[in-house]
Design a protein around this ligand. Sequence first.
Ligand code: ATP
Length: 238
Amino acid sequence: MSETILSVKDLKVNYGGIEAVKGISFDVPKGSVVTLIGANGAGKSTTLKAIAGLVKPASGSISFKGESITGKDPSLIVSKGIVLVPEGRRVFARMSVDENLRMGANIIKDRAQIKQDLERVYDIFPRLRERMKQQAGTLSGGEQQMLALGRALMTNGSLLMLDEPSMGLAPIIVEEIFKIIRQINESGTSILLIEQNAFLALTTASHAYVLETGKITMQGKSSDLLADKRVKDAYLGA
Ligand code: ATP
């Protein structure tokens, strides 16, 4: 049995009267990529936000490295090593690439450490190194997604949560981004991935959960779900 880094049990999240997440449970084994797939509005983003502390659960529990983080503040959760790259790659448009990356390091005090982390990010994303001084708002969509990922890596988290990294990007750029996501995982970071593109998600993750209107309806090894007729019909197209 592999060690579990994140464990979510019976999580419920409401927005006013709307039940967005209706009691879901899942685990992320340490060092793995786990994906949540599902249609628009299934509750995927809400689940990530609840883990990050950005929305408060109505009930249920979330534990990270064996410690409860349920309902804790986002800053505390980040300091424990959970980092969220939200949907829509928000970068600081008027700041340079380098300044954006340094913003990701704001909880790290040590200058030598920041320099080392910057080097690591620039090694992973040579395109960002070339554009170090460029204003982030003038980067292409794919480069902005790289910057959002790079900034997340600057916090040195052990669990990276990615909300729709492929959104709005050309297929060739998506391929590049996913290659990097796999590389980040291979270097030891656990990943919880949300992705509309079910094929991409299932070929990247080892384990997957299907979310439908706030509930988990299927789960299993990604390779099994890829071959499942219901998954094929509902999420993989022809
Ligand atoms: P998408 O891929 O479209 O982002 P999702 O699976 O991530 O979908 P969520 O964004 O988690 O879905 O939304 C789940 C449900 O909660 C939806 O019905 C949505 O309308 C609702 N919801 C999300 N955020 C809020 C909010 N701030 N206030 C009220 N309802 C919300």
